[in-house]
Design a protein around this ligand. Structure first.
Ligand code: H79
Length: 604
C-alpha cells in the first residue's frame, strides 16, 4: 500500500451564496429580447412533450421482430428503406384521437405547455402541409392533428409549441441519406431542402395554429447542418415572429446529451439536456430537461420500463431547484390514445402539483448547495422579502413520537413565517438552531413523496456552506448524495453513486469540518465497468491539488460492483476544508462510479 501524506489547509471562503445582487450592467438588446421571450417559459417550469407520428403504428416491431432503440428511430435502427417506411402513411387512422382529451390530461398534470412533433426525423408532417404530400392529409385520417390540438390548447389555456426535426430521412434533398438508401447524395440539393423546411415552418408559425411558444429543433448534429445555417434559420423564424423561443439545437452549440452549449456564441434561447438532469444549474442560463417516462419517445408496445410518479415528482423538484424546466414525454399509440401507464403517472403528479405547484411555477434556483433531506426553490416577493420553498423528500423521524422538527442548516436570514403546504391546521414555528434554523413540523409527512414548507424571510437569502461533521467515532462519511458537483458528472440513484463522469474537469466536493488536527486514512468506494471505465483519480484538498492522494480506478464486474480503494493517509490541521475528487486519466468513456469517500482517523 502506498502511503501519501496530504496536508489539509484551512478553507477560508465559507459564504457560498450570499446571492449578491450587485449592480449589473444594463442588458444588451439581444439579452433584453431573450428575457422578453423567456417570460412565460420561466413561469411554466413543467411541460408535456408529445412524440407522435407514423412510427406509432409499428410501435417498435418490424416484420415480426423487435427493433431495439427508441420507437421513433425505427427507420434508422431497423435499416428500413425510406420508401418502404413511407407506406405506413396509408395505415395512419387514429380514430380515438381527441385533442381536448390530451389537453385535459396535460392540465390535470399541472403542465403549462405542450411541445408536439410537427415533424420528426422520418419527415412525416402531422399537419395539413401544402408543401408535402407526406403529411397527415395523405392518410386515411385526413384531419389536421396540429390544428385540432391548437384549438384545444387555446380553449384550455395551454401554450402550444412544435418540435421540428432538421434531419429528414425521407426527403429527397436532405443529405446525408441513410447508408442503405439507394438515393444518391449527389442528386440532392440541400439548399432546396432548407427552403422546403422554411416553407413548412412558415405554415406552422404564421398564425393558423395560434401563437407558437417554442420551435424545438433537433437532429442538428449531422455535418450538413452548419452554424451559418443555424443563425440564418433563427433569423428567418424571428422575421416571422420575434417572440418565438428556439432551443439551442437550432444551431451547433450543443455539446452531447448533456445538452448545454459549449464555448461560443450560438443561436437559440436555452439548453436541452436529454434524458438527464444536470448536476447543478448554470446561473444565467435557461435550460429544460426532456425526459421519457419509459425508455422510448414514440410509442413502443413492449416498453414497460416505467419510471414511478414518485421519481418524476422528485425530478421536477430537483430540476426547479436548479433553475430548469421539465419537458416530460408521452408517446400516444397509433389509435390516438396516450398510454394508460402515462396517464396514471401524470394524474399522480397533478395531485401533487395541485397542493404544491406554488413551489414550482415561477420559482428560481435554490440558494443552497445541498440540503440533507431534499431541495429548495425560491421566489422574490413584491415587498422585498423572499419565499423559500423547502421540498422535504426524507421527512425527519420524530424523537418522542409527539413533536418533530426540520433543521435548515446554514440559513442566516431572519425567518418571518413558515407554513406547510396542504396542511391548513398546522402552525409551524421557527427558531434559531446552530448555524441555521429549526422548524416545527408534524410527526408524519403530509405527502410521502415530497412535502413542502414555505418560509418567508427578510430580504434575499444569506446562506453559509454547511460542513460535514465526523460521526461518534471521528469518521467522516462523504456520500455521493451530499457532494457538490461541478462539470459533467451526475448523481445516479440506481446504485447511489456519482457517475457519467466523462469530463476530466468534472469534480465532486465536500466541505468538511475538522474539529481537531490529526491523520486520516482515505478510502474511496469505487466501481468501474471493465469495458467502459477505468483510469486514475485524485482526492485533494481544494482545487490546486498540491496536497493530494492518487489511485488507479478499481475495475470490477460492472458499474455497480463497488470496491473499497485505500488511497493513503492524510494529515490535517483543524478547520473547514474542501475535499475534491477528480479524474486524472481515462482508459474508457467514463472514469468511475464513486459511492463515497471515508476519512478514518488514525489513532495517535
Ligand atoms: O426526439 C427524441 C429523440 O428521437 C431524439 N431527441 C429526442 C428529444 C434523439 N435523437 N437522437 N437521439 C435522440 C440520440 C442520438 C444521439 C447522438 Fe449525438 C447523435 C449521438 C451522436 C449523434 C447527441 C448529439 C450526442 C452527440 C450529438
Amino acid at each position: 500500500m502506498r502511503t501519501t501524506i496530504l496536508y489539509c489547509v484551512l478553507f477560508l471562503s465559507l459564504i457560498v451564496s450570499g446571492r449578491v445582487h450587485a449592480q449589473s450592467p444594463a442588458p444588451t438588446a439581444a439579452q433584453a429580447d431573450h428575457d422578453r421571450r423567456m417570460g412565460w417559459f420561466r413561469e411554466a417550469r413543467f411541460g408535456m412533450f408529445i412524440h407522435w407520428g407514423l412510427y406509432a403504428i409499428p410501435a417498435g416491431q418490424w416484420e415480426g421482430k423487435a427493433v431495439p432503440s427508441a420507437g421513433e428511430w425505427i427507420l434508422n435502427s431497423g435499416k428500413i428503406q425510406p420508401a418502404q417506411y413511407m407506406k405506413l402513411q396509408s395505415q395512419f387512422n387514429p380514430i380515438d384521437f381527441n385533442a381536448d382529451e390530451w389537453v385535459r390530461i396535460a392540465k390535470l398534470a399541472g403542465q403549462k405547455y405542450i411541445v408536439i412533433t410537427s415533424k420528426h426525423h422520418d419527415g412525416f408532417a402531422l399537419w395539413d402541409s401544402k408543401k408535402s404530400s407526406f403529411d397527415v392529409m395523405g392518410t386515411p385520417f385526413k384531419r389536421d392533428v396540429l390544428l385540432e390540438l391548437a384549438r384545444a390548447c387555446e380553449r384550455g389555456g395551454i401554450q402550444l409549441c412544435f418540435y421540428h426535426s432538421i434531419m429528414d430521412w425521407t426527403h429527397d434533398d436532405y443529405v446525408p441519406h441513410r447508408a442503405w438508401d439507394p438515393r444518391k447524395n449527389e442528386d440532392a440539393d440541400f439548399d432546396r431542402y432548407v427552403g422546403y423546411m422554411k416553407d413548412q415552418l412558415r405554415e406552422l408559425i404564421s398564425g393558423k395554429y395560434g401563437k407558437i411558444g417554442i420551435l424545438w429543433f433537433d437532429g442538428e448534429w449531422e455535418e450538413s447542418w452548419t452554424h451559418e445555417r443555424g443563425v440564418d434559420l433563427a433569423q428567418f423564424v424571428h422575421s416571422i415572429d420575434p417572440d418565438i423561443i428556439m432551443n439551442n439545437r437550432v444551431d451547433k452549440g450543443r455539446s452531447g446529451m448533456a445538452g448545454m452549449n459549449g464555448e461560443g456564441n450560438w443561436a437559440g434561447d436555452y439548453g436541452t439536456p436529454e434524458q438527464e438532469v444536470p448536476a447543478t444549474g448554470v446561473p444565467g442560463t435557461d435550460w429544460e430537461t426532456c425526459m421519457t417516462m419509459n425508455d422510448t419517445w414514440g410509442f413502443k408496445s413492449d416498453d414497460q420500463n416505467w419510471k414511478s410518479a414518485e421519481q418524476m415528482i422528485r425530478m421536477l423538484c430537483d430540476i426547479a431547484s436548479k433553475g430548469g424546466n421539465l419537458l416530460l414525454n408521452v408517446g400516444p399509440q397509433a389509435n390516438g390514445q396516450i398510454p394508460q401507464e402515462s396517464i396514471d403517472r401524470l394524474m399522480r403528479i397533478g395531485r401533487w402539483m395541485e397542493t404544491n405547484g406554488d413551489a414550482i411555477y415561477g420559482t428560481h434556483a435554490s440558494p443552497f448547495v445541498r440540503l440533507p433531506w431534499g431541495r429548495c426553490t425560491q421566489k422574490s416577493l413584491p415587498n422585498g422579502q423572499t419565499r423559500l420553498y423547502f421540498h422535504v423528500f426524507d421527512w425527519p423521524k420524530s424523537v418522542d413520537g409527539n413533536t418533530n422538527a426540520l433543521i435548515i442548516p446554514g440559513l442566516s436570514s431572519e425567518i418571518l413565517s413558515a407554513r406547510l403546504l396542504g396542511a391548513t391546521g398546522f402552525a409551524a414555528k421557527a427558531s434559531r438552531e446552530g448555524d441555521g434554523w429549526s422548524i416545527t413540523i408534524p410527526v408524519t409527512a403530509p405527502d410521502d413523496v415530497s412535502s413542502v414548507i414555505a418560509v418567508d424571510i427578510a430580504g434575499v437569502p444569506v446562506v453559509t456552506a454547511s460542513a460535514v461533521r465526523a460521526d461518534g467515532s471521528g469518521v467522516f462519511h462523504l456520500s455521493a448524495k451530499d457532494a457538490e458537483l461541478r462539470g459533467h458528472l451526475l448523481y445516479e440513484p440506481k446504485c447511489d453513486n456519482l457517475g457519467s463522469w466523462t469530463d476530466i474537469d468534472g469534480t465532486a466536493r465536500w466541505l468538511v469540518r475538522l474539529s481537531a488536527a490529526g491523520q486520516y486514512r482515505v478510502i474511496a468506494d469505487i466501481a468501474a465497468d471493465p469495458k467502459e471505465g477505468g483510469g486514475r483519480f485524485r482526492v485533494s484538498v481544494g482545487d490546486a491539488g498540491v496536497a493530494a492522494v492518487e489511485s488507479t480506478v478499481a475495475v470490477g464486474a460492472n458499474w455497480c460492483d463497488f470496491k473499497a480503494v485505500d488511497m493513503g493517509i492524510i494529515e490535517c490541521g483543524m478547520g473547514d476544508v474542501e475535499i475534491v475528487v477528480k479524474p486524472l486519466a481515462f482508459t474508457g468513456i467514463a472514469a468511475m462510479n464513486l459511492r463515497s469517500i471515508t476519512l478514518q482517523p488514525i489513532a495517535k
